[in-house]
Write a protein that binds this ligand. Structure first.
Ligand SMILES: [Zn+2]
Length: 307
């Protein structure tokens, strides 16, 4: 049995997957956001409860909203800030008495979709998270490619490609630079762009609906958003030439987005003979917890699980 845990900003979810690939159990608990020790205890309690209910021990993979620094071994870049600077993977290994695997939640999303989701059977897969922030991940041959700095796929902090005069230098980003892709194609960026042009405060989904209904300001904002997204993905395609790009995050729910991106990105890639496959995710919000379980493949689940 494999256990996947998605440690989110407000909720922590556990999923148990049998060796047959079937989901045996899924449970959620609130994330204790203010205390690192309480987060450790909450994860341990979820694992213990799941194993008691099922009657066997499993491998444990964990998706986190950040990454383990390859240099320090501590969590960095987590928006659940009590995790930052802590050796979460080692502390969980001690608490759970077994080796565990841990990866960034965008990477787990990509692994889930590449394993048995919208990009199943594709060799090189680029997973896109576009929501509150913009992140991504890379899978090759069903394996995550994290890189020596564990930043593979972090395209959200590249500069927006081919900026127009009115897009330079671009909005300041929390990473310290200006004009990052994240400052142009996240949900808040879309809302900001619409707000600056109209003085109105609407969500991305509402702006999209207005554009479909023929509102000229919303149509202009969506046109610029789609063009920027296509430029950003086109530059990834030039470097990676993926077999599939899978769209995830809140913005992936905008109707027709994948087809629009596929069509437009072709214009920004280097003479492709056929368009790159761009698809919407298959598992939505479940991809984090599913990908966490897939961090251990059936053939490499550790034999030394606690008894
Ligand atoms: Zn940035």
């Amino acid at each position: 049995m494999r256990l996947g845990i998605d440690l989110g900003g407000t909720k922590t979810e556990i999923l148990a997957v049998g060796d047959d690939g079937l989901e045996w159990l899924r449970q959620r608990a609130p994330t204790p956001v203010h205390s690192y020790d309480e987060i450790l205890a909450a994860i341990a309690a979820l694992v213990q409860a799941a194993e008691e209910q099922i009657g066997t021990h499993g491998s444990v993979g964990v998706a986190i909203p950040g990454t383990i620094s390859a240099r320090t071994g501590f969590v960095k870049n987590a928006n659940s800030t009590v995790l930052n600077g802590r050796p979460l993977d080692r502390d969980l290994e001690t608490a759970l008495k077994r080796p565990i695997r841990m990866a960034n939640d965008a990477n787990c999303f990509t692994l889930s979709e590449a394993t048995d989701g919208a990009a199943a059977g594709r060799n090189v897969v680029f997973g896109v998270i576009a929501g509150t922030g913009v992140g991504g991940g890379v899978c090759v041959g069903g394996r995550l490619q994290e890189g020596p700095h564990r930043i593979a796929g972090e395209w959200g902090h590249n500069p927006l490609p081919a900026p127009r005069a009115n897009e330079f230098p671009g909005p300041p980003c929390y990473c310290g630079r200006s004009g990052c892709i994240e400052t142009w194609i996240s949900g808040p960026a879309l809302a900001r762009d619409f707000g600056q042009r109209t003085g109105r405060s609407l969500s991305a989904a509402e702006i999209h609906r207005l554009a479909i209904a023929g509102d000229s300001a919303a149509m202009e904002v969506m046109e610029d958003f789609l063009d920027r997204l296509a430029r950003a993905i086109g530059s990834v395609i030039n470097i990676l030439d993926p077999d599939a790009v899978v769209l995830g995050g809140g913005l992936s729910n905008l109707p027709g987005l994948a087809d629009e991106v596929a069509r437009r990105a072709e214009a920004y890639t280097f003479m492709p003979e056929t368009p790159t496959l761009v698809v919407k995710n298959a598992f939505g919000d479940s991809s984090g917890v599913r990908g966490a379980a897939w961090l251990w493949r059936p053939e490499d689940v550790p034999s030394a699980l606690p008894r």
